[in-house]
Write a protein that binds this ligand. Structure first.
Ligand code: GCV
Length: 721
């Protein structure tokens, strides 16, 4: 090769590297891209209404608000608004907390302030001395920051800012991400690279990522982060790590984000040198009190502890003949003087309990109702098994009448195809939140339980198991960012419509072009049902391959714990398929309020989407559409595959609205999803066919491989395990 040719190729490679990096940063920016407003009419409305910004605050948080407005507005309008030191002239954006407002503004907004809580905000078009202004305010600077992001979102989504009157507050107090991040930086059930927390370089090296992470969370109202895995390591509570936590807390604080840690129940033994971790032992209780004091000295706004105890091998109070109340209350006493909370998980089931696994958490926790200290909140997964593509809501949501309980959703896609599958989860979250527990009669939705409006509990919370890692695009799949975003938005307001959230996210992340929004939004909305269809239709559940949960494994039956085996859940035999949880079976339905129990218990009224969750039915059972169960099930598997193919078509048509890099990324991922959907369909149908003994109905493609082939597939290095 000649020297000139070599130089040319090098330059070409460099060009691609640079342009590749530049566009890869598009993924990195999440929903905070602040792209130029394309519509000239809309842009001119914004410019006319935003002549200057008057920032009234001086705290770190107020500075972030101002910087965000400057960046956002100048990028979107390609016009830097003037930063004014006083309210001169009109069309100013006045930004500041209640205390910073002048008396005129306070008067104009007085009745609005009555309507918001401490984290709420007001965005209002007002006339001050006959001059038009827009005010963004709140009771404190973090509320103002939330208002700023909300205001910028209006512009990002091309909404009018002419006559604004937005008064909004979060409906849930604790809106937290749960990172299942280990100290070696692996992430349990993480599919987006390694942990963001670089323990080795902390506390001295503050990665820009920490700031960007805080900013992204603040923009959707998330106000807490549990940094470490619930399968906990006691070392995190040693001074060596606490100084690292302190550094992170300092970064997150101005963004309104509190830091929480997971507490390993046996820490007093492992790092404290005690002989026991018995919660009734005075030395143990004192050890935790001292530990709390030590943490709060470093981090005065430390949020508290999240605890997984006596679950899947984690130590807990039962190791000492005590119960969950003893354990939680002992820790609650330790953090109470500092305003901390204990989030105590109810994810418990035991191999020594022959009872239906779906019944065990309720059986254990319901009798504790009303027995926890005020600063304990019980964290319950959305369903009674484990983050399946679809589960009926957890019966504990209808049964804890005197105890604050918080929702635990899983944003990371442990059972939903990892970060390779596009599954828009706010649809799932909304389905659960809108479920009616009938705790206090009709309309007692799960949302009302967790926001405290039904039970009148003061402490309220919602947690999402994070899907974030150090991948350049944060979440592995560009569309998985929507699950992080949507979780935050629903944590703020659990009554929001997931479709509206998808709309917002698409506009902020990709484009405002209606020709793009309409079909791609439809694609997102369908995506969750598609996953249900090609993995676990009609109420099937937990039939994923073992351990890593990647791909189908309905045949697995040799694991040491019965309830880890897929065969435990589907119970397929010659007579039919499904888990009888009705009165005729394990009677799990009795854990729901009578109105709900009746619906689930009866084959006629049980929603077909939950059929095999609650009933064992014959292969010839007639579904509502007239198909036999076998045919209907096979057609559902096929429908899931078809839906993914439709998603591919939709995306292929979206190319002109999206930068090439993200377009290609999603295209490749959808191709994998399409292959894996077929894998799911074929493997499951071949396996269940052994029991049904029936042919595949017309319309279902014939598998190209044998069942033996599917069974032989092994994935020793599947991520997240
Ligand atoms: C963090 C499931 C997951 C585990 C997880 C556990 C939990 O069993 O497979 O990885 O452990 O739930 O939520 O505690």
């Amino acid at each position: 090769m000649t020297g000139i040719k070599k130089t040319f190729l090098r330059l070409l490679a460099l060009f691609f590297m640079i342009s590749g990096t530049a566009s890869a940063q598009k993924d990195y920016k999440l929903w905070l891209r602040y792209d130029k407003i394309q519509d000239a009419v809309i842009a001119s409305e914004y410019k006319n209404n935003l002549k200057g910004i008057v920032s009234l605050g001086s705290s770190e948080t107020a500075k972030i608000s101002l910087a965000e407005l400057e960046t956002g507005i100048s990028h979107m309008l390609e016009n830097k608004p003037e930063i004014r030191s006083a309210i001169n002239g009109e069309n100013n954006l006045i930004v500041g907390s209640q205390t910073a407002l002048n008396s005129d503004l306070k008067k104009v907004l007085a009745s609005d302030f009555d309507k918001i809580n401490n984290e709420g905000f007001i965005i209002k078009s007002i006339s001050l001395k006959n001059k038009k202004q827009i005010v963004i305010t709140g009771k404190n600077d973090v509320g103002v920051l939330y208002g700023v992001y909300s205001f910028l979102r209006l512009i990002q989504t091309n909404k009018s800012i002419k006559n604004l009157s937005i008064v909004d507050s979060p409906k849930i107090n604790l809106r937290v991400l749960n990172h299942w991040d280990n100290l070696d930086r692996t992430v349990e059930r993480g599919y987006a690279g390694f942990s963001l927390w670089n323990w080795q370089k902390l506390p001295d090296f503050i990665d820009q990522r920490y700031i960007d992470y805080a900013r992204a969370n603040a923009s959707i109202g998330i106000n807490g982060t549990v940094l470490t895995n619930v399968n906990a390591n006691a070392l995190i509570l040693t001074p060596q790590y606490l100084e690292k936590i302190e550094a992170l807390a300092n970064v997150f604080r101005p963004y309104g984000i509190k830091v929480y840690l997971t507490a390993r129940f046996s820490a007093p033994i492992e790092i404290g040198g005690l002989k026991t971790a018995d919660p009734k032992d005075v030395a143990v209780a004192n050890w935790w009190k001292d530990k709390a004091k030590e943490i709060y000295k470093r981090i005065p706004d430390f949020g508290g502890f999240l605890v997984k105890a006596n679950s899947e091998g984690q130590p807990g109070p039962q190791n000492y003949g005590r119960d969950h109340v003893d354990g939680a209350n002992m820790l609650a006493d330790a953090v109470a003087p500092f305003g901390g909370v204990i989030m105590w998980r109810a994810f418990v089931y035991s191999e020594h309990d022959a009872n239906d696994r779906a019944k065990q958490a309720y059986a254990e926790f319901q009798p504790y109702d009303g027995k926890f200290k005020d600063n304990v909140i019980v964290q319950v997964k959305n369903g009674a098994i484990d983050f399946q593509p679809r589960e009926p809501f957890h019966p504990l949501f209808g049964a804890m009448k005197k105890t604050p309980i918080m929702m635990e959703f899983q944003i990371t896609q442990e059972y939903l195809g990892f970060s390779t599958h596009l599954a828009y989860l706010p649809k799932l979250f909304q389905e659960v939140l809108a479920s009616d527990t009938y705790q206090k009669g009709k309309g007692s939705t799960v949302a009302k339980v967790i926001d405290g409006s039904l039970t009148h509990t003061k402490l309220t919370g919602i947690a999402g198991v994070s899907n974030i890692g150090n991948d350049l695009n944060w979440t592995g799949h560009p569309f998985a960012q929507a699950n992080w975003y949507g979780f935050g938005r629903l944590a703020w307001d659990p009554y929001l419509d997931s479709e509206l959230i998808a709309d917002e996210w698409l506009r902020c992340t990709f484009s405002n072009d209606e020709n793009f929004i309409k079909p791609v939004k439809e694609m997102m909305i369908t995506s969750r049902e598609a996953v249900v269809n090609y993995m676990t239709p009609l109420g099937l559940h937990h039939i994923m391959d073992t351990g890593h949960h990647y791909g189908p494994g309905p045949w697995i039956s040799d694991l040491s714990r019965p309830e880890w085996n897929p065969t435990y859940y589907h119970k397929a035999d010659k007579n039919g398929i499904g888990f009888d949880r009705a009165k005729t079976g394990t009677n799990a339905t009795a854990q729901y309020a009578p109105e709900v129990e009746k619906v689930f218990d009866n084959l006629e009224t049980c929603p077909e989407q939950d059929l095999l969750w609650f009933h064992h039915v014959s292969w010839d059972y007639k579904l509502k559409n007239g198909q036999t169960l076998w045919n209907g099930m096979a057609l559902k598997y096929q429908e899931g595959v078809n839906q993914v193919q439709e998603m591919q078509k939709t995306w292929n048509n979206a190319g002109k609205y999206v930068d090439e890099e993200r377009f290609k990324e999603v295209q490749m991922l959808l191709e994998i999803q399409s292959k894996e959907a077929k894998w799911w369909r074929d493997a499951c149908l071949l396996y269940f066919q052994q029991y049904s003994g029936k042919e595949l109905p017309v319309g279902v493609e014939k598998p190209k491989q044998t069942l033996e082939y599917f069974k032989s597939l092994k994935f020793p290095f599947a991520p997240g395990n």
